[in-house]
Design a protein around this ligand. Structure first.
Ligand code: ADP
Length: 512
């Protein structure tokens, strides 16, 4: 065997040696093993060749060995290049697939995200997905309120239309890929429906050979599933998951948005309806109050008239007890008349004012002050006015009786809530085109947190003094409504309990 080898080595055929090396490479022999062969060759020569021919043999065998090595590495180089090419094209294909999927997902997300009509959103989504991914059937299921069924809400093609008409729904605990994907909150790939042990005929078309189902999740809750099907077996792989997953997530938020919008719209409708009813009730109430107030006016005038007549002694002499009782009747019927006037004025503010002319605010203030002097005197409260800065000015386009109501109510409150020995000061002046009316008292004051509330209808600061003084809580509401109806405003300033109050009314002055 050694001789045969030496004969062969003596006349080395380099081409054959290279072919041999290439065969070793293709057979998968490692480069380590090939290098080991080189070392074995030297040892073989040392051991078996005659001593005088050793160098020759060694040279020749080296030529042979170099040929083998060269062939081996050339072959391995070309194999590496081929492998690189294979990987590159596989990568390119995957990249292309991802790009197409992401582009489609972005396009579908763009189209659906702003859709607020749920039905339109779902139909558009299935049609676009089927078209962009060239699928045979796409369907969207949404979980029902009881979380018992996945209800078909949109599906492509004639087959889809028929299933929608049949109101197809799948039991969540059933065998379909859709149900399992919802229940397990996981993507499910069925790559050969024939080979499936658990059949899901209800959700497959007769032509369906493979399916991939994605859970639609919003805020950690699975609200439904997206099912895409193909008539070819084995078309879906895990590589399809990222693109479809992004799309499913976008779809889920678009569905949630559309649902929230529908809910908000529904609530808005309910609210609008309730508001209409309220408005109607408010009108009925106003009409009722107006009627009652008008009906009260005549009997009240009669009561007051007769009480005054009897108090004057014209109807016969009175003893002290009778006089006292008549005084009470007169005082209360006067208070009731005031209230009726307030109510009627309040209802009237809402109806359009008749054509108005400029009214001198100074004159209205003077009239009002004159009528309160007696009450102030009786209560031992000083009532002063500073009209110097305003004389000849402060013309306001308004109804005089409305302005009188504003001043009367503010003065009456100031006197009502100020104890004996206190004072009420009224100031009127004009700056630029605005009339300022300020009524300051040294009374019980208004707590800071209630200063906005006292202008609400029927609101009264809940303390014993209120009960002591009576009133219906309408005066300030009327003041505000009247003042605002003439483009003005009213506010109160008080440092709190027993610190007095300052009410300020601003009204636009007449031109010229
Ligand atoms: P009424 O005086 O009939 O109760 P108003 O609407 O005129 O109703 O006033 C509402 C409430 O605002 C009063 O009950 C009172 O608590 C408070 N208020 C009004 N004016 C004054 C004031 N000058 N000083 C202290 N509290 C006031």
């Amino acid at each position: 065997m050694a001789d045969a080898f030496f004969d062969y080595v003596r006349a080395p055929d380099v081409a054959r040696a290279q072919g041999f090396g290439a065969d070793l490479c293709r057979a998968g022999i490692s480069s380590q093993a090939v290098l080991q062969v080189g070392r074995c060759l030297v040892e073989f020569c040392q051991r078996h060749c005659p001593p005088d021919g050793f160098d020759d043999y060694l040279d020749q065998s080296q030529v042979f060995y170099q040929g083998v090595v060269k062939g081996y590495f050339r072959a391995s180089e070309s194999m590496i290049l081929q492998e690189q090419e294979r990987i590159r094209s596989a990568l390119q294909q995957t990249l292309h697939r991802y790009t197409v999927q992401l582009e489609a997902a972005a396009e579908i997300a763009r189209t659906t995200v702003s859709m607020l009509d749920l039905g339109l959103l779902l139909t558009t989504a299935v049609d676009r997905i089927a078209e962009r991914f060239q699928l045979d059937y796409v369907a969207i299921y949404l979980v029902d309120d009881e979380r018992a069924y996945a209800v078909l809400r949109a599906a492509t093609g004639e087959e889809g239309r028929q299933r929608l008409a049949r109101q197809l729904r799948l039991k969540l605990t059933g065998p379909s890929a859709v149900s399992r994907c919802i229940l397990n909150q996981q993507v499910l790939i069925v790559n050969n429906v024939e080979g499936e042990k658990i059949k899901s005929a209800a959700s497959w078309l007769p032509i369906t050979r493979s399916e991939i189902a994605f859970p639609l999740a919003s805020h950690d809750t699975v609200i439904g599933a997206l099912s895409v099907q193909s008539s070819q077996a084995g078309v879906f792989s895990t590589q399809d998951i990222p693109g479809f997953q992004i799309m499913s997530d976008q779809l889920a938020s678009a569905i949630e948005n559309a649902r929230l919008y529908a809910e908000a719209e529904h609530r808005a409708e309910d609210l609008a309806q309730a508001f209409e009813q309220l408005k109607e009730m408010e009108q009925l109430k106003d009409r009722f109050m107006e009627n009652v107030s008008h009906e009260l006016r005549t009997p009240l005038t009669m009561i007051k008239g007769y009480a005054e007549l009897m108090l004057s002694g014209e109807a016969g002499p009175l003893d002290d007890e009778q006089r006292h009782a008549l005084n009470i009747i007169l005082r209360n019927s006067e208070a009731l008349s005031e209230l009726v006037i307030d109510i009627l004025a309040m209802l009237e503010v809402r109806t359009k004012h008749k054509p108005l002319k400029a009214v001198s605010l100074v004159e209205v203030v003077r009239d009002s002050l004159a009528s309160f002097q007696v009450l102030a005197f009786r209560k031992d409260v000083s009532l002063e006015a500073d009209l110097v800065a305003a004389s000849g000015q402060c013309q306001v386009i308004a109804r005089a009786d409305h302005l009188r109501r504003v001043i009367d109510n503010l003065l009456s409150n100031a006197l009502k809530f100020t104890l004996a020995g206190g004072s009420v000061k009224l100031r009127l002046w004009q700056s630029e085109r605005t009339a300022h009316l300020e009524i300051a008292d040294t009374g019980i004051g208004v707590p800071l947190h209630l200063q906005a509330r006292i202008f609400e209808r029927f609101y009264q600061v809940d303390n014993s003094r209120r009960r002591l003084h009576g009133g219906a809580g309408l005066g300030l509401a009327l003041v505000r409504e009247l003042v605002e109806s003439y483009g003005g405003s009213v506010r109160v300033n008080s440092l709190g309990q027993n610190q007095g109050s300052v009410f300020t009314v601003l009204l636009p002055c007449a031109e010229g």
